[in-house]
Design a protein around this ligand. Structure first.
Ligand code: GAL
Length: 671
């Protein structure tokens, strides 16, 4: 466990308060009071660290790091590339991003640099290595925080300047070797788009190319590649005088970068979690979304991750910004720990007085010092984290179920024109995951490149693209006894978005062929029966042919497709492959996955059915010890029955047969 304890603290921006030394001194005192043991420093402090080109002013930072060190507070030290100082953009305008429409950004905001620009890379290398030299071996500095939310400001997270275009062309040359190969992969005879010179290749643009879907895919891949390359530049710089691990803070279901590809650039995965609690009274969809995101981060390295940012009260950037109701701060933070985090960090420690984020929640508000509800909640959490640190240390989740979640699939699927333009990969993933969550079954989220070994059940909804080698991997998984579930509109294209022809790549495993996919309007309802109940067939409905050995569990009940298969099962080797041909609702998914989990012998840690709103996650130690987190996301007390005997890991309490959970409560149990 980094730093020997669960980290608790967050972004600290003393550079905004340098002319108020009394505030800085009060900060340290309040941090101690709030049980803060770690802060992230310098994230957007470039202007304070290098007020003019080449003149570094690090004394203020050293003073603060040392003062924190005296109080036993550890430091995550950031590189400042997240926001550019005005002297830099003024002197080197080429460091600013160019948007897809060809317009170069004006100075301002943040996350707006060109990550290809040699000037930007050189300037950041210089300051990073100077920071490394000065602070890289300080006792209380424990981790490098590279930049901030890379790619964060703009929808496609990329720069389209001439330098980036050239780098893109070189990347394409490396990938395809010849234009013939590229043209074939892109199906570029379509609309006469055949490329005859590398210089004709250009990034997708609203006023240019958007119809070569393989080009769009490659551009997104290139953006990740180039961002990784930038991350490696920063890593090399901070490593000039330091061996500390590196991380960068990832974001909430961020489509712009393939985090699966970036995981190897980082020693530790960290991310920023801002769930929309209290959006409605039913917190479950929000809890499911946050849990899925935690799982994605944990699954990247199958190791504990760090929750790098969260708000202690409200955010300020949604249309409406509810503050956390009593209990939610504790529960939301414990949820992160339950799903594999070794920290709860905030944005931010102290509210700034001005500019864009002055109303964003912080541990210390503009007024009232420690005498606030938020401060007390943070303090209480800090104490709890300190007490469970020893228990959590060395444990991580090892689920038996997994879902395929792959960025390239996401990109290709949502860029496809047809069968519907409003397909949301994330919504579909979350619906399927919710069935696991409600059953108290933790799941890893795997990339198509990951191994399926060790899982009993793998669900791959809307798995539109099959990367090379993926079908073979699934085949081996099912052959070996795994239960594989996939849906309509899966196995359609290869990794350059070329449709498979002849047969579905897993026709033998699934025991079926796809024929057509219908995307009807609401005027044409249909349904299918599964078990005792009838469920609606949603807005995507495939027509499939089941092979003779395939068991058809459900058929369409209405219309001209009446009697055609919807839910099928095909035994293959020692396992089974299931297919859901029509978009299902939540109720079906609950019942369906309940059955598959039972067949696979996968149970939640409590071994019982959970009331709505309650879920379970389990962290295991290498010595076989396990910690079970039981979380109630309902704002009322609930009882979980049939649980057997448990000991509360945090008190002397024991439970026999049932558990009572208060509103928004999280219990930590062991056998
Ligand atoms: C994050 C960002 C922080 C802060 C926060 C506000 O995305 O990394 O610097 O702006 O949002 O919610």
């Amino acid at each position: 466990m980094l730093g020997g304890q669960i980290l608790h603290g967050g972004d600290y921006n003393p550079d905004q308060w340098l002319d108020c030394p009394e505030v800085l001194e009060e900060d340290v005192r309040l941090m101690k009071e709030a049980n803060v043991n770690c802060v992230s420093l310098g994230i957007f402090a470039w202007a304070a660290l290098e007020p003019e080109e080449g003149r570094y002013e690090f004394d203020w930072l050293e003073k603060i790091i040392d003062r924190l060190g005296e109080e036993g507070i550890q430091v995550v030290l950031a590189t400042p590339s997240g926001a550019m100082p005005h002297w830099l953009t003024q002197k080197y305008p080429e460091t600013m991003q160019v948007q897809a429409d060809g317009k170069r950004n004006l100075p301002g905001k943040r996350h707006n640099f060109c990550y290809t620009s040699p000037v930007m890379r050189e300037k950041i290398y210089q300051i990073d290595s100077a920071l490394s030299e000065r602070f890289g071996r300080k006792e209380n500095v424990i981790l490098w925080h590279l930049s901030n939310e890379l790619g964060g400001n703009f929808a496609d997270s990329s720069c389209h300047c001439e330098l980036c275009q050239e780098a893109f062309r070189n990347w394409l040359k490396e990938k395809y070797g010849t234009l013939d190969n590229l043209n074939r992969a892109y199906w570029s005879t379509f609309w006469s788009h055949t490329y005859t010179d590398w210089s004709q290749l250009h990034s997708p643009a609203p006023h240019g190319e958007t119809t070569m879907t393989a080009l769009t895919l490659d551009w997104k891949r290139f953006v990740t590649y180039q961002m990784s390359d930038f991350v490696r530049t920063e890593t090399a710089a901070v490593r000039t005088h330091s061996d500390l691990p590196v991380t960068t803070n990832f974001m909430y279901f961020f489509k712009g970068l393939d985090y699966g590809k970036m995981r190897d650039d980082l020693d530790i995965i960290s991310w920023d979690n801002y769930p929309f609690w209290h959006k409605t009274k039913d917190e479950v969809p929000v809890a499911v979304r946050a849990a899925a995101n935690h799982n994605i981060m944990r699954s990247l390295k199958k190791q504990p991750f760090l929750l790098m940012e969260s708000t202690p009260s409200a955010v300020s950037w949604r249309e409406f910004n509810p503050i956390k109701r009593p209990g939610m701060h504790m529960l939301s933070s414990m949820q992160a720990i339950a799903h594999g985090s070794d920290s709860v960090q905030y944005f931010q420690w102290r509210k700034g007085r001005g500019a864009y984020e002055k109303f964003h929640g912080a541990v210390v508000d503009h007024k009232n010092g420690s005498n606030t509800r938020t401060f007390r909640q943070v303090t209480e959490l800090g104490e709890r984290l300190r007490n469970i640190s020893g228990l959590v240390d060395g444990t991580v989740n090892r689920p038996k179920a997994a879902m395929i979640f792959d960025w390239e699939n996401w990109w290709a699927l949502e860029d496809a024109s047809g069968p519907r333009l409003d397909i949301s990969y994330i919504d579909c993933i979350l619906d399927h995951y919710q069935a696991f969550w409600e059953a108290g079954i933790d799941t890893d989220f795997l990339n198509m490149d990951d191994s399926l070994e060790g899982y009993a059940v793998v669900a791959a909804p809307l798995n539109y693209m099959y990367k090379p080698g993926y079908a073979e991997k699934v085949r081996r998984f099912v052959e070996g006894g795994g239960i594989y579930v996939t849906t309509y509109f899966s196995g359609i294209v290869d990794d350059t978005d070329l449709c498979f022809t002849g047969h579905h790549p897993l026709a033998d495993v699934l025991g079926l062929e796809q024929e057509e996919i219908d995307a009807p309007s609401g005027d044409f309802p249909n349904a299918f029966r599964y078990g005792e109940k009838e469920y609606p067939a949603g807005s995507l409905r495939e027509l499939i042919h089941a092979s003779e050995e395939t068991k058809v569990h459900s058929v369409y009940e209405e219309d001209y497709v009446k009697g055609e298969p919807v839910v099928t099962e095909h035994r293959y080797g020692k396992g089974a492959a299931w297919y859901i041909a029509a978009e299902p609702d939540m109720e079906f998914l609950r019942s369906f996955y309940g059955d598959r989990l039972k067949e696979a012998g996968v149970q939640n840690a409590l071994g019982t059915d959970l009331p709505y709103g309650v879920t379970v996650a389990e962290r295991m130690g290498s010595d076989g010890r396990s910690l079970v987190f039981v979380m109630n996301f309902r704002n009322e007390a609930v009882t979980v029955r049939g649980t057997g005997k448990w000991a509360d890991a945090e008190s002397e309490k024991t439970y026999d047969g049932s558990l009572m959970l208060g509103a928004f409560e999280c219990l930590v149990l062991r056998k």
